[in-house]
Design a protein around this ligand. Structure first.
Ligand SMILES: [Ca+2]
Ligand SMILES: [Ca+2]
Ligand SMILES: [Ca+2]
Ligand SMILES: [Ca+2]
Length: 200
């Protein structure tokens, strides 16, 4: 997927694969978590699958952005599906659940039966690699100067996907992001994929 990286950097998002014509979409909310520390030391997140009927969200990955930080903990006790039928499952494929100032620079969930209209919520904690537990996600994911911004990847059961690089964003108490943004991005993605296949 990373051959698309330069394009993703230019536009903020790219759609991958078969779902381009029937664009897969998610809604992502981010707000201050309840895990202590300063604002956005822990971040409560919710992702809703806004793809078409029958298209499941199967996997989600976030990178931390500035690699001088890490994901210390994904909180099992905060994880919950909203609007599902009780058959939804989430497994943390990559990530750490231990509060120990250590962990990887990305996490990945795999999902089962995560259909359209259903949301999954949880919470992460970012720490500094130097052991400082207090970190503000808003200066780690983005607004981090020359460091790379965080990238979120969403994969769907129809083979489509979204790679979203966070732009720098204003300091707010909560964020509601539609990914990709409605409008031009889907069309741009089609053009980019066509150009890509011509080059092969
Ligand atoms: Ca790190
Ligand atoms: Ca940890
Ligand atoms: Ca922390
Ligand atoms: Ca940056």
């Amino acid at each position: 997927m990373f051959r698309f990286r330069s394009f993703a950097r230019a536009t903020g998002a790219i759609l991958l694969g078969a779902g381009v014509a029937n664009a897969a979409t998610v809604s992502l909310t981010l707000q201050n978590g309840n895990g202590g520390g300063g604002e956005f030391n822990t971040t409560a997140f919710a992702v809703q699958n806004d793809a078409g009927p029958g298209i499941l969200l199967t996997q989600m990955t976030f990178t931390v952005g500035d690699t001088q930080y890490l994901f210390d903990q994904l909180y099992l006790g905060e994880e919950q599906f909203l609007g599902g039928d009780g058959t939804q499952l989430a497994s943390l494929l990559v990530g750490d659940r231990t509060d120990d100032n250590a962990g990887p620079d990305l996490f990945t969930y795999g999902f089962s039966n995560f259909g359209s209209g259903v949301a999954f919520r949880g919470q992460w904690d970012i720490d500094n690699d130097n052991g400082d537990f207090n970190a503000d996600m808003r200066n780690v994911f983005f607004n981090n100067g020359a460091a790379p911004n965080a990238v979120a990847t969403f994969l769907f059961s129809d083979g489509s996907g979204i790679v979203y690089e966070f732009p720098d964003l204003p300091v707010q108490s909560s964020y509601t992001l539609v990914i990709p943004e409605p409008g031009s991005l889907a069309g741009l993605a089609v053009v980019a994929l066509a150009a890509c296949s011509r080059r092969r």
